[in-house]
Design a protein around this ligand. Structure first.
Ligand SMILES: [Zn+2]
Length: 444
């Protein structure tokens, strides 16, 4: 949108009043144009500068340039507001060129609304409770939400404001729309997460951040509701088989699976709490497919259901020696014609009555299902001059059979995929009831 006289309308009046009408409106418009259009200065700063230049007091400017957070709409290129920081944490993101950048995320409130914000600059030192005056931020819509972005053009300053200081913003970690009370409730994008968990395993790793080696700690944590992977960007001396209360953590997805992120702003302390033992938690969490679908994935899930189809691409496959992709007619979609490496896998349509997903069994599990190893499969295919015999064996072993699978699951454009680490026949599954549910779902 191009700035013109009518856009400046209320601001011209605002300046005129701050200068006790000692400057005519045409001059104000002319100066505003200079500052905003020629020099690219944001409106709020320009207004203050003009008032100061003419010996007025910028504090007498009406806060008309500042919008209540509730009035900020999605995709506005310049918004200004005053609000109090509810939570803030730094996080590392990967840029397209492969480098990493630190950004800051959190929630900010002014009594009219609480919005998420992201600071795209290297420095941001404001802490929860700080009142900020922000000019020239921009907003983005995300689902039903409006998110604020503080970029390079934005001006941020800490201010005193009695009304905002008295505002009772929820303490970090209290249940808000973007928070979870247990591990199963974690969703990508959540901030200010407080949980009591048992660390199941933790490993130190070294990564390169902006050319510098940096240590981080990753592993699995769990509570009675479920388990998830975590990454700690700060040495909180986490120990396996210890119960911690973790405050002000946030959630970021990795390959579609929510992962808890712990940084230097995260409060980490050991607590006496009742949680299942390491052995009980380590077996994974029972899920239904509809819950996995809603959650977007899980790193350690147990699932019971039925095989409804053995998909094409099961049995003997050939992989590109360069990138491991499955070859089609000896062609890799990236590397062209290749002498493929033989491998085994099984791709199944798996249904548990609440939904269905693509279930993948790796070579080891496929060998177990077939009772043959890869060499024996290659021999069978050579004898029959076709891979069909192998597919038939897979169908015979699996089709409409109840299975319990354990593994990780994630979703992408093709839907939910489950990669099994373990696969067992399910003996205690109520077959007719699941079949009925499946038929009902088909009829619906
Ligand atoms: Zn390839």
């Amino acid at each position: 949108m191009q700035a013109n006289e009518t856009d400046f309308g209320p601001h011209v009046k605002d300046i005129a009043e701050a200068l006790e009408n000692k400057l005519d409106e045409a001059t104000i418009v002319e100066e505003l144009r200079q500052y905003v259009e020629n020099y690219g200065i944001d409106l709020a700063t320009a207004k203050e500068a003009i008032v100061r230049k003419h010996y007025g007091d910028p504090r007498t400017l009406q806060a008309s340039a500042f919008l209540p957070l509730a009035n900020i709409k999605a995709d506005e290129s310049s918004v200004s507001f005053r609000a109090k920081i509810v939570s803030v944490f730094s996080k590392e993101i990967n840029l397209k060129d492969g480098s990493q950048k630190t950004i800051f995320e959190g929630e900010i409130a002014d009594g009219s609304a609480t919005l998420r914000f992201t600071v795209w600059r290297d420095e941001f030192t404001a802490k929860p409770g700080t009142i900020l005056e922000v000019t020239n931020a921009y907003s983005k819509g995300w689902k039903d939400r409006v998110d604020l972005n503080l970029g390079d053009r934005c001006r941020v300053r800490e201010v005193e404001d009695e009304a905002l200081a008295a505002l009772d913003v929820p303490a970090a970690g209290s249940p808000t729309a973007g928070s979870a009370s247990d591990v199963a409730g974690l969703r990508n994008g959540m901030g200010s997460v407080t949980l009591t968990v048992r660390i199941l395993d933790v490993q130190e790793r070294e990564v390169t951040v902006r050319g510098e080696p940096k240590a981080l700690w990753s592993g699995t944590l769990a509570d009675a509701s479920g388990s998830c992977r975590f990454t700690a960007w700060h040495d909180h001396k986490l120990q396996a088989d210890t119960i911690y209360e973790i405050g002000n953590a946030y959630v970021r997805e990795w390959q579609g699976i929510p992962e808890l992120q712990i940084n230097e702003n995260t409060a980490v302390g050991t607590v006496d709490a009742e949680l299942p033992s390491l052995e009980e938690l380590a077996v994974g969490t029972n899920y239904t497919i509809d819950l996995l679908d809603e959650r977007g994935g899980a790193s350690d899930a147990l699932l019971e259901g039925h095989v409804l189809a053995v998909r094409e691409g099961s049995g003997l496959i050939f992989r590109c020696p360069e990138c491991n992709r499955v070859l089609r007619s000896r062609q890799c979609m990236v590397h062209g014609e290749q002498e493929g490496q033989p491998d085994l896998r099984t791709k199944l349509l798996f249904d548990d009555g609440t939904g269905s997903l693509q279930l993948f069994l790796n070579r080891e599990l496929t060998e177990k299902v077939l009772g043959r190893d890869l060499d024996s499969c290659l021999e069978l295919v050579r004898e029959n001059y076709s891979a069909e015999a192998l597919t038939e064996e897979l169908e015979q072993a699996l089709l409409l059979k109840p299975l319990t699978v354990e593994g990780y699951t994630r979703s992408d454009d093709y839907g939910l995929m489950f990669f099994a680490r373990k696969c067992q026949p399910a003996h205690n599954l109520d077959v007719p009831s699941v079949a009925r549910q499946f038929l009902a779902a088909l009829e619906a």
